[in-house]
Design a protein around this ligand. Sequence first.
Ligand code: DX5
Ligand code: ZN
Length: 215
Amino acid sequence: MLVAPSLLAADFGNLEREMEWFNQSHADYLHLDVMDGVFVPNISFGFPVLKHVARICKKPLDVHLMIVEPQKFIPQVAALGAYYMNVHYEALTHHHRVLQQIREAGLHPAITLCPSTPVSLLSDIITEVDMVLLMSVNPGFGGQKFITHTLQKVVELRRLIHETGSTALIEIDGGVNMETGQQLAEAGADVLVAGSFVFGAPNPRQAVENLKSLS
Ligand code: DX5
Ligand code: ZN
């Protein structure tokens, strides 16, 4: 299993220290949650903080934009040297155009679905993305309870990927722990985002190892 710890649950007063253990861990990506207080009812951090983190993080960045008009920020995300740029399906009108613009900027395009957005809406863009992020909580806050309906969406998405020959990975975000992680692994998830489960653990590096061992 690929694992992307979410910085949202980190100790922001000690970012350097958090990045130290993180860089030494076997985490695959660093998941960065940007919120604007409009698309979601919360505000997290923006580009000044992301720039600092990008400088000290030695792993690929998975930038999850919970903002309106995410297409405006493609150049800034590219300037960070990010790997994935995750944009919400619900925040866009011209999905195909924006996904292409993200790729042209040298980033890996990823599309995110809220819990109430059906997987079937992806049928015409699934071959344009390198990853689909299924939200397993309503976006905006860490530490929420996993919505079990996500498991059915993973199965449905796996089928769509198979039928279309898409190479997209399936990523899940929200309420991930060992129990929900195991269920997600069995349903067909490729990447688990985990905030509180990792950063709140007595031994975060071990928590990453534990999630990585799921299959
Ligand atoms: C929520 C964010 C998540 C959040 C997950 O809107 O997208 O990435 O950090 O936190 P946990 O793992 O605590 O549910
Ligand atoms: Zn996220």
